[in-house]
Design a binder for this molecule. Structure first.
Ligand code: 5AD
Ligand code: SF4
Length: 515
């Protein structure tokens, strides 16, 4: 399941080769520039750090200006239809940047690049896109980009050698999964205006594998205080509404050694807040019985002042052992994101969630027994196919009972290819919106009530970013992950400081630094 180290080295060698090609052919004497745009979840943010790491290896600097960029990389999200529409709208607009700079390369990757219907749309209607690859092929980015450069060179009568001549690939370089990964220009040969066959300039990578683990890809971290640390990839839960298991493949865990090594490096790099990432971190299985609670304990043992966060936890796998480990580890933040999705048992069964409302509430109670001050946040989908008004009332009553600190509410979005997409949808968009608003109003009341308790108290927070807002220049987070806007000097960014809370709203706290 792990990509052999030699395969990764080969990619890095190709990256260095591209570094030469870019400065010679494309950007002449200037440094080549890359623009990376990321949509969706923290896993995508983390993937973008790897894309940036590889781009740096290829000699690129970064620009926030799409028109100045020699390469544009759009790392996409497929979770809901509105995310997809937003991405496609923005990719459509890239016609203008490409028209202004014909040599520009446009890359479409991330979860949408693993959805066959979307890839077909890109092929037919978004000519400006040069390279498409899904999340499981991310580690091959240098090789895929080289294919684009090679095809361009052939079409222009250039002399760029084919990849096989640049990087000989003896058999031990080949990874086991490679046979199931196809690269195609779709089609490879296209006819030009005179009817002559020409090589297509576009590269479409199709990955039929279940996904693998690629260690050793360079990472270019974006933030200075908070760091993402993936511990596992993929998802085996197949919640009936969710597209993730189809685009990110099967669950696979990194080894504890690789994770600890990276965690030590992150702490040594001065980061103060590490978020362990996985679609379902509780099913982390590092072998030899090392589950997620044991991983938290091991990371907690690293010297230094920092916080350990993690997401996302599936309620069916959130165990006593997990809560015990959190309670016993001083560096584990007192926060758990525990998506419930619905409060109604029939809907939960249709969603394939594997628990009932009562079982979920029992987990919440257990978490609070171990850590009375724990912050609990959750996700809910309203308007799942067939959800009736009275079934929605169960979600309202669950929110009353669970008293989440905050809640992310989503209106159900049909994802073709998932089981829920075949289910009969009985409520209208307006009815769904009414349910959304009612739950939102209830949660806002609960959140404000919880936040009010902080007013006039002094708490320890981690100052993590400059807000660029003159009234509250420092953004900080409580141990439980609540956002705090602070008055005071931005020089404190990167340290744990005391803050006096003065007021709040439903999403955040406001206060001032205490010296
Ligand atoms: N429609 C609406 N929301 C969804 N989510 C996942 N799939 C869908 C969908 N098809 C929500 C879930 C999940 C969060 C990341 O996104 O609440 O926890
Ligand atoms: Fe999707 Fe369910 Fe897996 Fe979360 S646990 S990624 S909601 S299938």
């Amino acid at each position: 399941m792990e990509i052999p180290a030699l395969e990764i080295e080969k990619q890095i060698e190709i990256a260095r080769r591209i570094r030469g090609e870019f400065s010679r052919r494309i950007a002449s004497d200037k440094t080549a520039l890359a623009y990376v745009d990321t949509y969706g979840c923290q896993q995508n943010e983390s993937d973008s750090e790897k894309l940036r790491g590889m781009l740096s290896e290829m000699g690129f600097d970064f620009t926030p200006d799409e028109f100045a960029a020699d390469i544009i990389v759009i790392n996409t999200c497929a979770i809901r239809e509105n995310a997809e529409n937003r991405v496609l709208g923005n990719v459509g607009a890239l016609v203008h940047t490409k028209n202004a700079k014909r040599s520009q390369i446009i890359v479409f990757c991330g979860c949408l690049a693993g959805v066959p219907d979307t890839v077909e749309k890109i092929r037919v209607s978004y000519e400006q896109v040069d390279l498409v690859f899904p999340p499981n092929a991310l580690w091959r980015f240098p090789e895929l980009l080289y294919s684009v450069l090679y095809r361009r060179s052939v079409r222009a009568g250039g002399d760029l050698p084919p990849l096989e001549q640049v990087i000989p690939a003896p058999s031990e370089h080949e990874c086991a999964d490679k046979a199931s990964i196809a690269v195609s220009g779709v089609p490879d040969e296209v006819k030009d205006a005179q009817g002559a066959a020409r090589i297509s300039k576009r590269v479409f990578c199709i990955d039929h594998s279940d996904g693998a683990i690629a260690e050793g890809i360079p990472s270019h971290r974006d933030m200075k205080v908070r760091a993402w640390l993936p511990v596992m990839y993929g998802c085996d839960n197949f919640c009936s509404y969710c597209i993730v298991p189809y685009v990110r493949g099967r669950e696979r865990s990194r080894s504890p050694e690789a994770i600890l090594d990276e965690a030590r490096g992150i702490v040594a790099g001065g980061y103060k807040d590490i978020t362990l990432l996985g679609q379902n971190v509780n099913s982390y299985d590092g072998g030899n019985g090392s589950g997620f609670p044991s991983l938290i304990r091991q990371i907690n043992g690293i010297e230094g002042e920092f916080l350990i966060r993690f997401m996302t936890s599936h309620p069916k796998d959130a165990s006593h052992e997990l809560f015990r480990a959190m309670a016993e580890c001083g560096k584990a933040a007192r926060h758990i994101h525990l998506p419930v999705q619905s409060g109604n048992d029939r809907i939960l069964a249709l969603m394939n969630r594997g628990y009932t409302q009562a079982e979920y509430l029992e987990k919440v109670a257990t978490a609070r027994e171990y850590m009375p001050d724990i912050v609990i946040t959750s996700d809910v989908i309203v308007g799942f196919p067939g959800e009736t008004d009275s079934e929605f009332e169960d979600t309202l009553s669950l929110a009353e009972k669970a008293r989440f600190d905050s809640l992310f509410i989503f209106i159900y979005s049909k994802r073709p290819g998932t089981p829920a997409a075949e289910m009969m949808d009985t409520s209208t968009r307006e009815e769904k919106q009414i349910r959304f608003d009612r739950l939102n109003d209830l949660q806002n009341e609960i959140s404000v009530e919880k936040h009010m308790k902080y007013i006039d108290t002094t708490i320890r927070v981690l100052a993590d970013v400059d807000s660029h807002d003159a009234r509250y220049p420092v953004k900080a987070r409580t141990n439980g992950g609540r956002l705090v806007h602070l008055k005071g000097d931005t020089g404190v960014i990167g340290s744990f400081v005391d803050a006096k809370i003065t007021h709040c709203n439903s999403w955040s706290l406001f206060g001032e630094l205490q010296s």
